[in-house]
Design a protein around this ligand. Structure first.
Ligand SMILES: [Zn+2]
Length: 93
């Protein structure tokens, strides 16, 4: 019997370990620049908890994790992207 061990990664905000499938991956791709969920290069992971997305230091943590300065345009995309990962059943979205 083959056992598939999930690939575990650490959320840059809460430092907890999660199955990679449940994390939002942000990659600094050599060619494409910053990408979400795909791309090759240095990657950072953020879990789906609202606390981590609304962490006031999340951008600094991302910059540190990716070893790059994030453009304001990226921050906009990032904020929209993480918002789409939040699911609020009580709001009926
Ligand atoms: Zn987290």
């Amino acid at each position: 019997m083959i056992q598939h061990n999930p690939v575990m990664r650490i959320c840059i905000a809460c430092k907890k370990t999660f199955d990679r499938k449940n994390l939002l991956k942000i990659t600094k791709d050599h060619k494409k620049g910053i990408t979400f969920q795909n791309g090759m290069g240095r990657s950072a992971y953020i879990c789906t908890s609202k606390e981590c997305h609304s962490d006031s230091k999340i951008k600094k943590k991302l910059q540190k994790a990716l070893k790059t300065n994030l453009e304001p345009e990226f921050i906009d995309i990032f904020e929209k992207e993480i918002a789409s990962y939040n699911y609020y059943p009580d709001k009926g979205i």
